[in-house]
Design a protein around this ligand. Structure first.
Ligand SMILES: Nc1nc2c(ncn2[C@@H]2O[C@H](COP(=O)(O)OP(=O)(O)OP(=O)(O)O)[C@@H](O)[C@H]2O)c(=O)[nH]1
Length: 392
């Protein structure tokens, strides 16, 4: 299962974003370093559930279905804020960076209101472009630090064994980087690391970061009056990233109001259940949030999670079943499980994901929508409902 890491300088709203995504309560405060330890929490990606088009009543097991929208659990980690020179240990930066090793992709949270400086202290008119630049540099320097540890020995061994790829991949083990990703980053470099210049190694660190830690930018505090112009600037400057405006504070408040039974909220729209139960302050706050949703079509938080998994990490959702006629498991539970797979995954890979033995003893699969037999190497499509036939 892929894991998303939330990164950013202090005070941009990472904890609020994390809480809004996971509904788990972490400390929230208007001062730097509220977050000291990484929080790991469960959030959900959403997709239209096949139950609505097939006109079935589903009984989800590993996920949830609300009004025809399947919610599939995913993991998010929130680490404490990174300040300039974090890679040198500033603000406990090395520890925080190491918490990010396991992440498959990053959500880079910036404060689009421009009200916090590089260290997360309150200021006026700060340019969030600076935040993205320094964070990318910190991430590159973090990888550089791991790469160049015992560099003499590493480069000598790589040269002796004539296997640069293996040596570099081993050096980066724990960073969740595949050999293919390392190979892509090594392209254009001389075969002998002993000949690499400082600037070659820095470029390699950047390439490794790009290959292994894809990233989207959450332009948070989008509800602030200064945010719009900063969001446009971010989009203009960082065309290689998706920039998604978010208001995690509004999302969190809406989820709390929903939990308290004050509103119905479906991620895009909200309705106040009974105005007579609210005091004036509640009414004003909820109406403000309602107007915000109407203007922006949502708080951006769900967009962020979906974009990270479906666009950035290129994942699809597949529904394994045991009875292709009823779209159910053996007990008759309709569309019980939703699996997140990498785009391009095959029927056999799905089988392995369900159970190693089912993968090993795979015979064939059935596309349950088309009632067609498919082979082991057939690539699956998003939304497929698949029966695996195996000798297990
Ligand atoms: N206007 C507005 N304020 C927000 C939003 N998200 C967070 N804030 C405020 O920004 C401040 C910092 O939020 P946190 O979530 O604690 O920030 P953090 O990035 O986790 O900070 P550290 O723990 O110091 O790294 C708090 O006062 C939040 O209420 C938002 O979407 N809009």
């Amino acid at each position: 299962m892929a894991i998303l890491g939330l990164v950013g300088k202090p005070n941009v709203g990472k904890s609020t974003t994390f809480n809004a995504m996971t509904e788990k309560v972490a400390d929230v405060g208007n001062y730097p370093f509220t977050t000291i330890n990484p929080n790991i929490g469960t959030s959900f990606v959403t997709k239209p559930c096949p139950c609505s088009t097939l006109n079935l009543k589903c009984s989800p097991n590993n996920s949830k279905c609300f009004s025809g929208v399947r919610n599939i659990p995913v993991e998010i980690i929130d680490v404490a804020g990174l300040v300039p020179d974090a890679h040198k240990g500033k603000g406990m930066g090395n520890k925080f960076l190491d918490d990010l090793r396991q992440a498959d992709a990053f959500i880079l949270v910036v404060d689009a209101s421009g009200k916090t400086d590089l260290e997360g202290n309150i200021t006026e008119d700060h340019d969030p472009i600076m935040d993205v630049k320094f964070l990318l540099n910190e991430l590159d320097m973090w990888i550089y630090g791991i790469l160049t540890k015992n560099w003499e020995r590493l480069s000598r061994r790589a040269q002796q064994e004539k296997n640069v790829l293996k040596s570099i991949h081993e050096q980066l083990s724990g960073l969740n980087i595949s050999e293919n990703q390392v190979a892509a980053a090594l392209r254009n470099l001389d075969e002998s690391p002993m000949k690499w210049t400082e600037s070659d190694i820095l470029t390699l660190s950047t390439n490794l970061r790009k290959a292994s830690k894809p990233m989207i930018i959450a332009a948070n505090k989008a509800d602030h009056e200064n945010a719009e112009k900063n969001i446009e600037k971010l989009k203009e400057e960082f065309k290689e990233f998706s920039v998604i405006p978010t208001s995690s504070e509004i999302e969190l408040a809406l989820k709390k109001a929903e939990k308290a039974g004050l509103i119905n909220y479906n991620g895009k729209k909200m309705e106040i259940i009974d105005e007579t139960r609210l005091n004036d302050a509640q009414k004003n706050a909820l109406n403000y949030m309602k107007n915000y949703l109407e203007k922006f079509g949502g708080t951006g938080i769900q967009n962020l999670i979906n974009n990270a998994y479906f666009d950035l990490l290129n994942m699809i959702v597949v529904y394994p079943v045991e009875d292709e006629g009823k779209f159910s498991d053996k007990k008759g539970n309709v569309l019980p499980d939703a699996y997140l797979l990498k785009k391009g995954s095959t029927a056999r890979e799905l089988a392995f994901k369900i159970h190693t033995e089912i993968g090993q003893k795979f015979i064939y699969a059935v596309d349950a929508r088309k009632k067609l037999r498919i082979g082991a190497d057939q690539e699956l499509n998003d939304g497929d409902i698949i029966k695996i036939v195996s000798a297990a």
